[in-house]
Design a protein around this ligand. Structure first.
Ligand code: ADP
Ligand code: ZN
Ligand code: ZN
Length: 746
């Protein structure tokens, strides 16, 4: 029975990032556990805080230690393992302990009883089927979709219908008024999906899958706790392996977490898990409120569910006996948090598995360089599935050289070959996807005659075009002027590369007036549900051509798509980011995988000014290993992750002078400390330089980055800098953020 509690107060502010000690009134002493939320006096106010330590030793004069006021009503006592995980996140990714805690533990709010609406059929199945035929004939696609699913499942929760089936409440109401469905309200908690009647699961793993499962089972038997990298093309049966391993875990009395990027968290994916595991499964997505998230977590703790599927935040599900964590599409950049703490869910999954003695399976068709590098070095165990389950041929992939097109006088964004194929597919009533990587619109400069790209001589990343004709490197600050003529071939066709989805849609409509187009990009997906609406409209054949950004290449199967066009592979090839080749390879491989998913064979056309680039060549051949060899050689040479580790220090301020001065001071301090500790040969300090967007909303942004082989020394330097700025007046107007091994540029 401890007498004192060290508490972290619930205020997200760097300066308060330390513990405060309070004494425990006798009646509370045997009730307090680590992780509980308490009410405490703070100055003249009353605030809440988390217990992170219990002790009998006072830190200072006992008479000055104030007593705890009481427990926060309805707070969830959090597992000490999760607190330990929060501590690890803070240590390794920066930010305050408070921010790390909030990442790991959802804030419990005073909660009304949530009323769940359950929609079910109010007519007999025969009649429902008749209506379905009617709706289908009238092209009432949303009504048909809802009815089809209700016939299959009997009843579905309303939020699932609106969020995952993309049927609006007005459609549900219309069916209710027609007397086809009824809506019932319940306050009792139900699963987001009513489990389907289990049809008896009788799929037998093939030999390759069985070998993978056996390897992991054998490892478990000898008590080896491991992280596995499962590399296998889409359709090779990875999900079946995940489910088999989860089944094992559940039989051992353990629980499972399945991370899936939000964008790939489709109804079909979730249903596969429901079909096998029924009520054991729950699902989480970013649309859930804090309260709903708490609900889910509470059910996990009580043992009501065994499997949690969701994006990044599902990783913190407080299961009592976690056995396995799956990270599907582990290369996805959305696993990296872009808010402080900037943690990577993959690394946190591995760390959590160590604390819980669980296993981790990372799955991907195009593993991140980081994970494959770790697999090569033996830190992860590599498992492979080399073939698709159903032996569908890979689509035929061709590369079109846009320089040749220009020489032949075709200045359109659509090459002659691509136009030919589009015409052909429109005639055959098959569908087409045209893809442009919007991410690249940051403004690199290239020559349309020879393909030359303006690059930084020091960092080998593309220079970005700024106002007043300057070209800037966002890694080191190198600046030069925009040339009038190509320094390589002398042509005047040198300019910033710009082409948006809207422009492309116009061009396509002009060239193919007979085609119906749909556009999917940031602008058309801003409203809730629009993303899924566009996808289901396209799946239902409501358009011939889908034009979009990288959103359209992820995880969706359209069986009638037989042509995929990548309009300018260069856009992602020349990001001012050392990941540009990796992103390009992943995007091209994924885009290519979109064609020929059904029974019809497919074609892929990759248009580029740089057809010899290894990312283009290897993705055309779908050869990951060859890509990896070339890319890792570049990373080694340029000392980029994963071979070296990188810490980016971002400095923000509304005052330009403050950020200028502050960033210079930090760089100088770092250099001095590194020199003093005689580490100058192994740690490099680069910058300060302007960030890729040097000013946002009147806030100036500068970056400094460090690189070294040893991650721990970066953590130490982060601590050193945090210490240095804490009480330094020069930083009163500057905000500092740390980003370890950034994945999205900076
Ligand atoms: P991935 O997750 O690698 O994309 P899936 O697990 O989704 O692959 O498998 C692709 C398809 O093949 C799915 O429809 C799945 O049901 C089916 N499938 C997977 N394994 C088998 C198997 N052993 N026998 C029959 N069908 C299988
Ligand atoms: Zn040129
Ligand atoms: Zn540079």
């Amino acid at each position: 029975m401890a007498k004192f509690a060290n508490i972290i107060v619930d205020i997200s502010h760097g300066k308060l990032d330390k513990t405060f000690q309070y004494s425990l009134p006798e009646k509370l002493q045997d009730r307090i556990e680590i992780g509980m939320q308490l009410e405490v006096p703070f100055g003249s106010r009353k605030i809440t805080g988390y217990v992170i330590e219990l002790t009998d030793t006072p830190e200072y004069d006992v008479s000055k230690i104030k007593p705890v006021i009481g427990l926060v009503e309805g707070a969830i006592p959090i597992e000490s393992k999760l607190i330990a995980l929060a501590y690890w996140i803070k240590r390794n990714f920066g930010g305050t302990f408070n921010q790390a805690l909030k990442t790991v533990i959802p804030v419990k709010q005073k909660q009304k009883h949530i009323v769940k609406k359950i929609v079910s059929l109010s007519v007999l199945e025969v009649e429902a089927k008749e209506k379905l035929t009617l709706f289908e004939a009238k092209h009432n696609t949303a009504r048909a979709r809802l009815l089809r699913e209700l016939i299959k499942q009997g009843s579905i929760e309303q939020t699932v219908i609106t969020q995952k089936l993309n049927v609006s409440t007005s459609v549900i109401k219309a069916l209710k008024e027609l007397g086809i469905v009824k809506i019932e309200e319940t306050t009792e908690y139900r699963n987001p999906l009513k489990a389907m009647e289990k049809k008896g699961y009788n799929l037998v793993l093939n030999e390759m899958q069985q070998r993978v499962v056996d390897t992991i089972r054998n490892d478990l038997q000898v008590g080896r706790c491991n992280t596995y990298l499962l590399k296998g093309v889409t359709g090779s049966g990875k999900t079946e392996i995940y489910m088999e391993l989860i089944d094992d875990a559940i039989k051992r009395g353990e629980q499972a977490i399945v991370l899936i990027p939000e964008i790939a968290l489709t109804y079909q994916t979730v249903m596969r898990f429901y079909n096998r595991f029924g009520d054991k499964v729950s699902m989480m997505n970013s649309k859930l409120s804090q309260g709903e998230r708490c609900d889910q977590f509470e059910r996990a703790k009580k043992g009501e569910i065994q499997i949690m599927i969701g994006p990044r935040s599902a990783l913190f599900t407080p299961f009592p006996n976690l056995g396995i964590i799956i990270v599907d599409e582990e290369h996805e950049t959305s696993y990296k948090s872009e808010t402080v703490p900037k943690y990577h869910a993959r690394d946190v999954a591995v760390q959590r598995s160590k604390l819980e003695n669980a296993i981790v399976v990372l799955g991907s068709a195009t593993p991140s360089l980081d994970s494959y590098y770790k697999a090569q070095s033996g830190e992860y165990k590599l498992l492979e599935l080399n073939k698709r389950v159903a032996k569908k041929p890979l689509p035929e992939c061709e590369v079109v050289d846009l320089r040749t097109e220009l020489r032949k006088g075709n200045r359109s964004i659509l090459s002659t070959r691509l136009q030919e194929l589009i015409e052909d597919r429109l005639n055959k009533k098959q569908q087409i996807m045209l893809f442009i990587n919007r991410r690249g619109l940051a403004g690199f400069v290239s020559c349309r005659a020879c393909g030359k790209v303006m690059k930084c001589p020091h960092c080998d990343v593309s220079l970005s075009q700024h106002g007043n004709g300057r070209l800037v490197c966002h890694y080191c600050g190198y600046t030069t002027y925009m040339p009038k003529f190509c320094p390589s071939c002398g042509s005047k066709y040198i300019a910033g590369f710009k082409a948006g989805t809207q422009k492309i849609e116009e061009i396509v409509q002009q060239r193919f007036p007979q085609a119906k187009t749909l556009r999917m990009d940031f602008d058309t997906t801003r409203t809730k549900g629009s993303y899924e609406n566009i996808l289901s409209a396209f799946a239902n054949g409501e358009a011939d051509i889908l034009i979009g950004t990288q959103m359209i290449v992820k995880g969706h199967d359209f069986s009638n798509v037989t042509l995929v066009g990548v309009l300018a592979a260069d856009l992602s090839l020349h990001l001012s980011d050392f990941h540009s080749a990796e992103r390009t390879f992943q995007l091209l491989t994924q885009a290519a995988g979109r064609a020929g998913r059904g029974d019809l064979p497919g074609n892929v056309v990759i248009q580029t000014y740089d057809p010899e680039h290894y990312a283009v060549e290897t993705s055309k051949k779908q050869n990951y290993e060859e890509f990896y060899e070339k890319e890792i050689a570049y990373r080694k040479l340029m000392r980029y992750p994963p071979v070296w580790n990188m810490l980016v220090i971002m400095c923000y301020s509304k005052w330009e002078k403050a950020v200028d001065n502050g960033s210079k001071l930090i760089a100088q301090r770092l250099s001095e400390d590194i020199e003093y500790n005689k580490k100058a040969s192994s740690i490099q300090v680069v910058g300060p330089a302007d960030a890729s967007i040097a000013k946002i909303n009147d806030v100036y942004r500068k970056v400094i980055y460090l690189r070294t082989k040893d991650y721990q020394s970066l953590v130490d330097l982060k601590d050193y800098i945090e210490q240095y700025i804490r009480d330094n007046y020069d930083f009163s107007k500057v905000t500092i953020q740390f980003d370890f091994n950034p994945v999205n540029g900076f």
